[in-house]
Design a protein around this ligand. Sequence first.
Ligand code: RB5
Length: 166
Amino acid sequence: MRGANRKGEVTIVAMKIALGADHAGFELKDKIKQHLSEQGIEVQDEGTNTADSVDYPDFARKVAETVADQRATLGVLVCGTGIGMAISANKVPGIRAANCDTVFEAQMSREHNDANVLALGARILKPEAAMEIVDSWIKTNFAGGRHQRRVEKIHEIEEQEVKRLS
Ligand code: RB5
């Protein structure tokens, strides 16, 4: 499938999904891991793997950096709501993380926004719904065209803010 580096340049890569979760999301993350593995999709599990309380930004960062550095094609993060994971992952340059509760949002986040990280809420979604969202998200390609210009503008904000603050 197509990937993109931190500059937004398109690359062709074998699909590999980086997974991360906090204590609220690790059970759903493990179910997603099994679900993807059963489909022959390579996964990289960045933890957490127990119910011990942890801080979601630590795991969001790991997965976001893995995706931004192209050590994985896409990332999936799970916390209680998906909100903290999305906010954290979006701080890493090159990441467009989308918190999705529906298949429609998941599809649009790929087709229009070229989202490279999906954030899910384990306290919101039933496992079956989460699997449908993950499957549709992975299968949907970025549409390009007018959306390419808009995604480039997101990248410009990031570049200019990094410069402004340095
Ligand atoms: C942990 O209790 C919870 O705050 C976290 O999983 C997540 O929902 C944050 O956005």
